[in-house]
Ligand binder design. Sequence first.
Ligand code: SF4
Length: 448
Amino acid sequence: MNAASRTIKSRSVFGSRAEVAVETHSDGVAEEEPPGKAGTCSNLDEEPPGRTATERGRLFGHIPDSAWNDWRWHFRNRITTVDGLANFILLSSEEQAQLKLVTLKYPLSVTPYYLSLIDPDDPDDPVRKQAVPSILELTLGMVGQEDPLDEKGDSVVPGLVHRYPDRVLMVLTDICPMFCRHCTRKREWQNGGWVRTPAEVGAMLDYIRQHKAIRDVIISGGDPLTLSTPRLEGVISGIRAIKHVEIIRIGTRFPVVLPQRIDHELCAMLSRYSPIWLNTHFNHHREITPEAAAACDRLLRSGVPVNNQSVLLRGVNDSVAEQMKLCHGLLRIKVRPYYLFQCDEVQGTEHLRTPVEAGLSIIEGLRGHTSGLAVPTFVIDLPQGGGKVPLQPNYVLAKEKGELLLRNYEGQLFHYRSPRVQAEPAPEALSPLGGSDAGLLVETGVYK
Ligand code: SF4
């Protein structure tokens, strides 16, 4: 590290002057850093609500409330270049050159709001890892697959994936307010921003109309809330007009990366087409800000239940302690931790993936140690469109005539007796692997 001196300069950020510290190294290279480096909060558990107002003051104090509270302002002012990012986050010249290479393949997009959650001084910041590119996206780029879930293979018409019998996935756009570095669909980022045309949406609705087994339609992305509310309403009203569709689900990360989007106009519209469920994607407890909490509260008060699907990410949330904080924080804002996904085998995400055992250890560390409401289902979405498989630590150690040997969360062993009079199992209860016992692991052999 070179010896450095620090001076304060003024530079233009979003058309206004903001103060930035300029670090001058002894080799003559000057690196700029975002304003207000001092005072970074590291222990969020001890922080009172209103944290983002503090962080916002550091980086965006010159932005008036009228702009800050307007999701369109954030959307227009997304940071999409490495040069733009370097106005806020300390990046060496070498890093900037590397990241420019990465963004040629995997573009960058982060909202000013989400940027305000990042500690600009900490290269290992768990929030930063989700938004700021890494050279490892290229150096490990050949590991994995572009489309590991084979969504193309299950597409029945453009934009409509029909994998499970009773539900379909509608992908309306590839535009997102933020490009999450672990995204399963990052292959789409290279195609520029597209939104399905009315004719394409019509073809999707026709397919759903013709397939009466479909009772659940998931609208996901890219992020569907990038569409204007009237345009989104056009799609939702079309789905709701199909009698056999019972529920509509929306997959969106807006409550996390741009909660201002969850405005009264949107909530009022969603409430007209009940039941609509919304799945969002908090990965770290520091994303649960007062703004995010207020967005979820607006949804809940509009009759839209909110569930969370997080992705297990190396260095972000891959410990029991982090997951506990995340899940407790979610319950405090009345959001149910629903799924914890093993990170898919997507090219450009290998550096963020964890071993499957890490997820199992986390579930083991949560189950019994906290309320069952706070324990998400850990799942792997199988390659080649195999679908989701839930994974659990093994609590059933063996089975003997009419008895199970179980262990509890503290490792204590218990025998559990089945009813003496056994009803014949219904055919659908039998596993295709050979009967109702097929899911049990009888590893010891003692109780066979
Ligand atoms: S919001 Fe969802 S679809 Fe968009 S980049 Fe993030 S993970 Fe991918």
